[in-house]
Design a protein around this ligand. Structure first.
Ligand code: ATP
Ligand code: MG
Length: 351
C-alpha cells in the first residue's frame, strides 16, 4: 500500500481564530482530512506565540481556545491529529539541528522579522529571529510536501525550502521542499484597511466566535469612501512578488480608502459569491454603493456561515476532558513520526 502524504499546518496560540486563518489555512486542511491519501496534523503553535510579548496565563488559555476553534471549525480527531507544539519536544530539537544550515544575515533580512521588530521594538529577541527555523522544523519533521498556508507565510516557506535543500545536499537527507497549497482567500485584508487580518492586530479581524452584533459593529468601522469610483483590485496586487525582490514577498501598501473598500469586496466575494462581488463593482462604478446596506448584507452572510461553528463550539466547551484526550492522542501520533525524523537526522549529522 502506498504511504499517505503527511501534511502539517499550524496556528499561533496568540488569540481566537479569525476569518483569515479559516480561509488561508483551516479550510484547506479540512479538505485534506477527507482525502484518503493524506494524513493531516493540526498544530497549536504555542512556542511561536512566545516570539512576541505575551502573558503566561493568557497563553495557557489561548492554547485551549485554538483547539476549541479547530474542532468547532470541523477538524475531526477520527481523521486528523491535533497537538500542541511544545508537547512534542522534537520540534525544538530539530530546529536546533537545522539552525546550523542558516545564516543570521538571511534571517535578519526577512520582511516578517523586520515587521515584527517594528511592531514591538523592545522585543527584538533571539526567539523572534529564530521563528522561521522553528517553522521549518515544524514542517520538515513530518516531511510535508505541500501545505495550506496564507500568503503572509510565503517568505517562511521559502526559507524552509532552502534549509531542506542545504540539509539534503550536506547530509544526504531526503527532506521534500514544501510548497504552498493556495486556497481561495489566501490573503484576507485587515478591517482597518491596512495590511492583513491578524490575531495580534486589534480591530483587524472578525473571529469565528463573533455574534451578529459584533460582526456588524466591526464592519461599521471599516473605512470606506463615497461609494462611487474606480475599482482597483488591490487584494490581487498585494500578493504579487515585486520584480527584483526575489525570495521574499513585498506588499504594496495602497491608500487607506481603497484598501477598506477592497477588504469589503473580498469579503463579499468569499461570503456572497463572485457574481455578487461583480454586481457591487458595477454599482460602485455607476450609481454608487450604500455601504450601510452592503455591510448589513455582508454581516448576515458571515454570521450564517459562523453559526454552525459556534453551535459546535458551545457543545465542545462542555467537555474539557475530551479536549485533553484529543491532545494526548494527537501528541502521541505526532511523536511517532517526529522521533523517527530526528533519529535519522542526528545519525546523518554525526551524532
Ligand atoms: P499573529 O498576528 O499572532 O501572527 P495571525 O493572524 O497572523 O496571528 P497565524 O497564527 O500567524 O495567524 O497564522 C496561522 C495561519 O493562518 C497561517 O497559515 C497564515 O498564513 C494564515 N493566515 C493568517 N492571517 C491570514 C490572512 N489575513 N489571510 C489568509 N491567511 C492568513
Ligand atoms: Mg502571523
Amino acid at each position: 500500500m502506498k504511504d499517505k502524504k503527511r501534511v502539517l499546518s499550524g496556528i499561533r496560540a496568540s488569540g481566537r481564530l479569525h476569518l483569515g486563518n479559516y480561509f488561508g489555512m483551516i479550510k484547506g486542511m479540512l479538505e485534506l482530512q477527507d482525502s484518503p491519501d493524506h494524513d493531516v496534523l493540526f498544530m497549536v503553535a504555542d512556542l511561536h506565540a512566545m516570539t512576541t510579548p505575551y502573558d503566561p496565563q493568557e497563553l495557557k488559555n489561548n492554547i485551549r481556545e485554538v483547539v476549541l476553534d479547530y474542532l468547532a471549525a470541523g477538524l475531526d480527531p477520527q481523521k486528523a491529529s491535533v497537538f500542541v507544539q511544545s508537547h512534542v519536544p522534537e520540534h525544538t530539537e530539530l530546529a536546533y539541528l537545522l539552525s546550523t544550515a542558516v545564516s543570521i544575515a538571511r534571517l535578519s533580512h526577512l520582511p516578517t522579522y523586520k515587521e515584527k521588530v517594528k511592531q514591538y521594538p523592545k522585543n527584538n529577541t533571539m526567539a523572534l529571529l529564530y521563528y522561521p527555523i522553528l517553522m521549518a522544523a515544524d514542517i520538515l519533521l513530518y516531511k510535508t510536501e505541500a501545505l495550506p498556508v496564507g500568503d503572509d507565510q510565503l517568505p517562511h516557506l521559502e526559507i524552509t525550502r532552502e534549509i531542506a535543500r542545504k540539509m539534503n545536499e550536506t547530509y544526504h537527507l531526503n527532506f521534500p521542499e514544501p510548497t504552498q497549497i493556495k486556497t481561495t482567500g489566501a490573503y484576507i485584508p485587515s478591517l482597518t484597511g491596512e495590511g492583513k487580518m491578524s490575531k495580534s492586530v486589534e480591530g483587524s479581524y472578525i473571529n469565528l466566535t463573533d455574534d451578529l452584533n459584533t460582526i456588524k459593529a466591526k464592519l461599521a468601522k471599516v473605512p470606506s469612501d463615497s461609494g462611487k469610483g474606480e475599482i482597483l483590485d488591490v487584494v490581487e496586487e498585494k500578493t504579487r512578488i515585486l520584480p527584483g525582490k526575489s525570495g521574499s514577498n513585498y506588499y504594496y501598501s495602497g491608500g487607506k480608502r481603497r484598501d477598506g473598500v477592497n477588504a469589503l469586496m473580498e469579503l463579499i466575494r468569499l461570503f456572497c459569491g463572485d457574481t455578487r462581488k461583480k454586481e457591487y463593482e458595477g454599482i460602485y462604478e455607476n450609481a454608487g454603493i450604500q455601504y450601510g446596506d452592503m455591510k448589513d448584507e455582508l454581516s448576515e452572510a458571515i454570521y450564517a456561515k459562523l453559526k454552525p461553528i459556534q453551535a459546535r463550539r458551545a457543545e465542545l466547551e462542555k467537555d474539557p476532558d475530551y479536549i485533553d484526550k484529543v491532545l494526548a492522542d494527537g501528541a502521541a501520533k505526532a511523536h511517532l513520526v517526529a522521533s523517527e525524523t530526528v533519529k535519522e537526522v542526528k545519525q546523518k549529522m554525526g551524532l
